[in-house]
Design a protein around this ligand. Structure first.
Ligand code: CA
Ligand code: CA
Length: 296
């Protein structure tokens, strides 16, 4: 309970003076001087309320600023999203353009492939024509060679006729070589491999015999049962050439030859009856015939 004290003033002046002094204590008259029930001062509560309110205001201000930042960030993200959508639309358009260009390239590639196939076909035809022409040319060269040999033989016969009338201008073939139509022929008595026989003829300034026509073949056909290597060998599959590089013209193959038995018969021999047979070059040995021009 609040106690009330009473002062008894002696005079009116004392009371007025005391009352005047009491009016000069403002802290006892404002709201801050109010008291809570029970006599406790209300000022600390006011102070706590003010501080709390102030802190709440600061916190709310910070939250408001954060919300505004988030809002601005959302707007920025929206702008970026719109920009990305716009870029996506543009990229989609570019992709369609690229697909069209790729399709055009595919068409051009197919056209080029077609042209390349056409060119390859023409090239193949040209190669076939060239091979055919080469074969024809080789055949004609062989025929020309044969003609030349025939002319040479005819010339020799003419020279022989002159010799019979006016004496010979040709040197006789050395012994034991035999002459026929302008050539000298050596018939071996022993046997060698084809390569050894070729080398022997070279040492004799001659070559393994080249048979150009039936007359020469008739002259060379053995009279005894001997076989002879001749200057003919296989240069590639199915192609034989004479030792001087000329293509095969006249032939006198034995029936069924050349058969290239077991794929190993690369050299050619003349059988005892004059027909030709391809045979193994090594280590087979046989007699051989060398040929060289008669010196006239
Ligand atoms: Ca000949
Ligand atoms: Ca054979």
């Amino acid at each position: 309970m609040e106690s009330v004290q009473y002062t008894q003033w002696e005079t009116t002046e004392e009371f007025e003076m005391a009352d005047t002094k009491r009016q000069w204590r403002p802290w006892e008259a404002g709201w801050w001087a109010k008291q809570l029930p029970g006599g406790r001062p209300a000022f600390p509560l006011y102070l706590l309320f003010s501080v709390t309110s102030f802190l709440w205001i600061i916190l709310l201000s910070m939250l408001l600023a954060k919300v505004m930042d988030l809002s601005r960030e959302m707007e920025h993200l929206d702008e970026q999203l719109e920009e990305m959508q716009l870029n996506g639309s543009m990229n989609s358009g570019r992709l369609e353009v690229l697909q069209v260009a790729l399709s055009n390239l595919d068409e051009k590639h197919q056209i080029l492939n077609t042209k390349a196939e056409t060119v390859a076909e023409k090239l193949k035809n040209l190669q076939e024509s060239q091979a055919s022409l080469s074969t024809s040319l080789s055949q004609e060269l062989a025929e020309a060679k044969e003609d030349r040999e025939n002319i040479r033989s005819e010339m020799f016969r003419g020279l022989e006729a002159v010799k019979n009338g006016n004496g010979s201008s040709c040197q006789p073939c050395p012994s034991p070589w035999r002459d026929f139509q302008g050539s000298c022929y050596f018939f071996s008595k022993n046997k060698l491999t084809w390569s050894q026989a070729r080398d022997d003829c070279v040492q004799k300034q001659a070559h393994l015999v080249i048979i150009n026509n039936q007359d020469e073949q008739n002259f060379l056909t053995p009279t005894e049962k001997l076989g002879y290597w001749i200057g003919l060998r296989k240069v590639k599959e199915g192609v034989h050439k004479w030792i001087d590089g000329t293509t095969l013209g006249y032939t006198n193959w034995n029936p069924g030859e050349p058969n290239d038995s077991q794929g190993m018969e690369n050299c050619v021999m003349m059988l005892h009856h004059g027909k030709w047979n391809d045979f193994t070059c090594e280590p087979s040995s046989d007699n051989w015939i060398c040929e060289k021009r008669q010196i006239c």
